[in-house]
Design a protein around this ligand. Structure first.
Ligand SMILES: C[S@@+](CC[C@H](N)C(=O)[O-])C[C@H]1O[C@@H](n2cnc3c(N)ncnc32)[C@H](O)[C@@H]1O
Length: 304
């Protein structure tokens, strides 16, 4: 049986407020503005990683749960794999409204979708799902690390994932690679590093806590000095196992790219999504450095 859900909290913690208002305040850039971004190729690369993951673990007719779905940036990816139903949840109300509008304006959407604003790390998501909803795939893209402000939030998040994932179904996601961040910050005298398009700034370097170890992240045209939390990966894997989730893969993005260059479908996608010319990813050196901060993971829910 699953461990019990921690008691619900009536009031959001200050950090939850900060993260939600940060994403609520991000303007919805039109297609033209997005095309002029300094991190356009990085965005395309990140989208390619998410597409490959979604393609790998999703089949036609599947039911999908997108936690931290934001403005619905993955709707086209879900449409392309021909899922039957999507539920998208995010703490940021403005983003959820934009996701709804984006879904409604999708031409030829071949799946049903519903969206709700909910804190997936502090509340049970069950009341927001269609009755009896069980997902074949749960996706958490660039958002799970916000749960790591404390153990209780990680447990609520894992309970939400596991309770609504079918046995044999997959839990996929992308997060900052804490191992890389910690090695990097320990190797320099400063409390911050970055380049012309990003900055990572730690308040404290040692000791690194398993939960609640905060740093601030800035990425040009995307994130402004937002607090984020290190995900101690071994702890995450051990806790996920308590909820019946077994790790299948964990690949830093540079390795993910090298690995999937042997996969014809991923290669076809990387050309179609205009991430690369035939030989190499067309990211600037600065963008490629940012890509190296992240990893992709996949878990499988135990069959029994
Ligand atoms: C970097 S955005 C990623 C959005 C989307 N998954 C994507 O890949 O485009 C991170 C998202 O996590 C959401 N988020 C942060 N904390 C959350 C929480 N407690 N519950 C639900 N969503 C949360 C934010 O509102 C934001 O939309």
């Amino acid at each position: 049986m699953d461990p019990p859900l921690p008691a619900d909290k009536d009031r959001p913690t200050p950090i939850t407020h900060v993260v939600a208002s940060h994403y609520n305040a991000r303007p919805e850039l039109g297609v033209d503005a997005r095309k002029q971004s300094n991190v356009l190729q990085l965005r395309k690369f990140n989208n390619w990683v998410k597409s490959v993951l979604i393609n790998q673990y999703t089949r036609g007719g599947h039911h999908a749960l997108d936690l931290g779905c934001g403005k619905g940036g993955d709707l086209i990816k879900w449409n392309q794999v021909r899922i039957r139903e999507l539920v998208g949840l995010d703490i940021a109300k403005v983003s959820i409204e934009q996701a709804r509008q984006r879904y409604q304006s999708l031409k030829r959407a071949n799946f049903q979708a519903t969206f709700h604003a909910v804190d997936c790390y502090q509340e049970s998501i069950t009341p927001y799902l269609p009755s009896g909803f069980m997902a074949d795939v749960v996706s958490m893209q660039f958002c799970m690390h916000y749960a790591f402000d404390c153990e209780e939030h990680v447990r609520t998040m894992l309970q939400n994932v596991s309770r609504h994932l079918k046995p044999g179904g997959h839990f996929i996601g992308t997060i900052p690679n804490a191992n890389f961040l910690v090695k990097r910050i320990r190797s320099i005298p400063d409390n911050q590093f970055g380049n012309s398009i990003y900055r990572v700034e730690f308040d404290s370097k040692d000791p690194f806590a398993l939960f609640g170890h905060c740093y601030r992240f800035t990425l040009r045209d995307a994130v402004d000095d937002c607090p984020e939390y290190l995900v101690h990966f071994k702890t995450f894997v051990a806790m996920a196992a308590e909820y019946g989730l077994q790790l299948l893969e964990n690949r830093p993005f540079h390795e993910f790219y090298a690995h999937h260059m042997n996969n014809p479908r991923a290669v076809e996608l990387i050309h179609r999504m205009q991430v690369v010319s035939p030989q190499h990813p067309e990211l600037s050196a600065e963008e490629w450095e940012v890509a190296g901060l992240y990893l992709a993971f996949a878990f499988k829910k135990r069959d029994n």
